[in-house]
Structures are given as C-alpha cells and as structure tokens.
Ligand binder design. Sequence first.
Ligand SMILES: *Cc1c(COP(=O)(O)O)cnc(C)c1O
Length: 421
Amino acid sequence: MTMLPDLTKTTLALLDATDPLASKRDAFFLPDNTLYLDGNSLGAMPRVAALRAHQVLNEQWSRDLIKSWNSHQWIDLPHKVGEKIAPLLGAAPGQVICCDSTSVNLFKILSCAMLMQPGRTKILSQAGNFPTDLYMVQGLASLLGEQYCQLVLVDDSPDNHALEQAITTEIAVLLLTQVDFRSGRLLDIQRLTQRAHEQGVLVIWDLAHSAGALPIELDACHVDFAVGCGYKYLNGGPGAPAFLYAATRHHDRLTQPLTGWMGHNAPFSFATDYQKAPGIAQFLTGTPAIIAMSVLDAALTVFDNIDMQQVRYKSLALSHCFHHLVTMQPCLADLQLITPLQPSARGSQLAYQHPHAYALCQALIQRGVIADFRAPNILRLGFTPLYLRYVDIGTAVTILANIVSSQEYLKPEYAVQQKVT
Ligand SMILES: *Cc1c(COP(=O)(O)O)cnc(C)c1O
C-alpha cells in the first residue's frame, strides 16, 4: 500500500465515498459521538441482533415454549451457526460447530489432539499467547500428569525463527493464535501448518482475532483444528458462543473428554452409555444457549455477500491511515508502534506502547474514542471495516493528539484502574 501524502479530511471523505463496504455501516447500531476502535474485543451490535433477541424471547420462548426446540429449530442452531461461520474460515461443510466458549472448546480439541499422538507429550505454544490458551494447556497437563503432557513455550520473534526451530518430532501439538492479541502480529497459517505436519505435529489455530477480520483458508492449509470467538469480529454480543473447527479427515478417530448428552449419537434415547455422534456433532456437550446463539446467528447475516478480500483491504487501509496520521503529529512521537507495518505480518489492530498507555486510553474513552489497554503499557486500537469510516480515523487521531498535547491524560481520574481494561 502506498503512503498517502496528504490525508486531509477531504481525502478521507473521498475514500469513504468509494468504499465498497460503506453501506454495511447501516447494519449496525452505533451510539452517537462514539468512535469505536474496540470491535476486536467486543463487536458492535448489528441491528438484526436486537430484532432476533426480541423475537426469540417474545415469539418463541414465551409463546411456543419447549415446542420451539423443534418448531423453531433450536436444536439445529449449533450446526446452522457453524455452517454460517465456515465460509469465513475457508471450511467446507460439516467441520464447524458453534458451542461453549473458546476456552472450553480449546480444552476439548487439545485433549483430542493429544490422544491422537501417542508417544508424544509436548504442546508447543508462544510465550505471549493469549493467557486462556496457556491456562487451558496447564489445566490439561495437571489432569493428565506431567509424564503425559507438558507445555513448551517459545518467545515470539518477528521472523518466527525460534518458533519454527521449536517445531520438532518431539512435539505432539502446536497451539498458535493467528493474530497476537497484544501486538497484532499475524502468523502464516499455511507455512506453520506445513512445517508442523512435516514433523508429524498436529496444529490448533486460535482465530479469536482473525475470524471475520481477514480471509482464512483452513481447508486449503490442511489445518487440523481451530477455535475462535463469536463476540469479536463476528459481532455476536458479549459472551457469545464460540466456534470449533475439526477437519473431516479426523472425525472418526476423535475422542473428546466432555462427553455430554448433546454430543451423543442419540441424545433422546437416554441410553446409559456414551456413544459419540458422528461428524462435528461429537463436539457438543450440553444444551446450547439458545438466546445467545440466536443473536449470533442473526449477527452473522451482516457477512452475507461480503467479500473478505475487501474487508482485508479496508482493514489494512484504515490502520495504515491511522498510523500515517499518528506519524504526522510531532506530539505523538512517544507512541511506539509494536505492530509490524508490513501488511502480510499484521492483523486488524494497531498496538502502541506508551508509559501512560492506561491514562491515554481512559482519556480517549472519555472523549468518545473507545480503545483498550493491555498491560503493562499497550494502547490497542481495533479496525473493523464493516462499520468504521475513513473519516473516523482522522477524527480519532485528532482527538488523540489533542489529549497528548494538552496533557489532559495526566488528570488523576484517568489513572484509576477499572476492573475490565
Ligand atoms: C479473546 C480471546 C479468547 C477468549 O476466550 P473465551 O473463552 O471466549 O473467553 C481466547 N483466545 C484468544 C486468542 C483471544 O483473543
């Protein structure tokens, strides 16, 4: 992408005028006087989500009660939502299901993958991976015992050299997150999966910060397993159910440990012994959260007819404009970008280190620019192409520059740490 020499308001408005995704913004409810740069943490609310919630409560649950499992196909929702997510992941039908949280799905997948690798005991991940991913491995390791399962961590380096070197025949499972939640660094799924398979290693990709943000090709890259969130770029609402991908070629020999009745071959036979359902249904555990899953189902309709290449293009362009404008402001020289600038190496966010990152973030939020803070010193900004405009980027940087040059962020109230950052 070429540098835009003169990113004036007019230029940004022109970019909006020719943006093929511009009309998607109307599909979202966006509060007034708010620039939302945190859709990577909690996606904005699609208008259809509110309609569906109302419908499920007031037309389905209230009136049709338990009949709704059949008459409104509640029972099929985990499959239906999984199939809606599948095209965003480059997954053919029958391999994606919507259920539980990303953490719980990781536990299921990690267990399956370890059982498929007798004689190997190591799970390799990045030291900077999202903590829940590491915690789930630690939990599995303490359940199985040290002699059967150990977590091995490598430090992240921009060239992935250490990571690639650590993928050896000693490793059972490689657990990676495609886009780093702190730095926004993007890993090459194709290359790392291939490297893992050459060493007989199974791969699990966490797509929390990439599903719905950029094109993904799980089938084409021969990925074994993947998990991801419903509430980030998929806009499914706070705590929306997560998804899980398992390649068809593995289905017959998988054994997942959370053998609840919904993953049984015949849940309503109420048999004494567990017998797993065929296919992706074996990953279900308990009764799906219908209200939340219905909302996610509706939210996913905003991706109908969307070209993910266009989403990717705009995501990179928005973040490129943001950073370019930051570099044009002398007062923002203390913001240290830790996100790689080359497009092939970054996801849909920018992360800046600053000694007062927390206070800066609070001051931004106070002025209507919603970003987030990641300990110890990162100001993180997410770029969601479906509802952000180029002009919003200009406004956000102007406000940021204002807060910094006026030293407004040094007000004592901005130093008070909240529970959720
Ligand atoms: C957000 C995120 C999660 C969240 O997991 P939950 O179980 O949904 O809370 C997991 N992994 C990564 C990489 C994330 O960014």
